[in-house]
Design a binder for this molecule. Structure first.
Ligand SMILES: O=C(CO)COP(=O)(O)O
Length: 147
């Protein structure tokens, strides 16, 4: 059954352990903006966001090492994802490195707007492209607006 949020574009939030605090602070700071999107997140990341932002509607997928990255990749392949916010830890080896690479690869293949660090995430969330997704299925002209 539709809850009215199906019409909203979908963003994914994913954070490695060393970046979870950063991701939660990003979500807290940008709650109002994120509220205009359907949100999905890998399991632990989603749980941490919901602890601090209980009003956000976040669908939690599996934890990253247990297939969460692959679930988001499948959403990309099926045309169900419009933006990826992936707070990557570049300093730690990951057991599911192949899944992480596969997710990034699909975001590249399908030209999904993808932020891999905090400064890009802040820019992407304010971008005209994401704003345009709220009203149009086509990619709008990029125009800068102050917010
Ligand atoms: O490992 C992750 C992404 O590769 C994130 O998964 P969790 O949010 O479940 O920790």
């Amino acid at each position: 059954m539709s809850d009215g949020h199906d019409a909203l574009p979908t963003l994914a939030l994913v954070a490695h352990d060393a970046k979870k605090e950063l991701c939660v602070e990003f979500a807290l700071r940008n709650q109002e903006k994120l509220g205009h999107f359907n949100l999905v997140a890998t399991g632990t990341t989603g749980g941490r966001i919901l602890e601090k932002c209980p009003n956000l509607l976040v669908r939690r997928l599996k934890s990253g090492p247990l297939g969460g990255d692959q679930q988001i990749g499948a959403m990309i392949a099926q045309g169900e994802l419009h933006g990826l916010f992936f707070f990557v830890d570049p300093l730690s080896p990951m057991p599911h490195d192949v899944d992480i690479k596969a997710l990034m690869r699909l975001a590249l293949v399908y030209d999904i707007p993808m932020a891999l660090n905090l400064s890009t995430a802040e820019i992407l969330l304010r971008s005209a492209r994401l704003q345009g997704l709220k009203t149009s299925s086509s990619t709008p002209e990029i125009k800068l607006t102050a917010s």
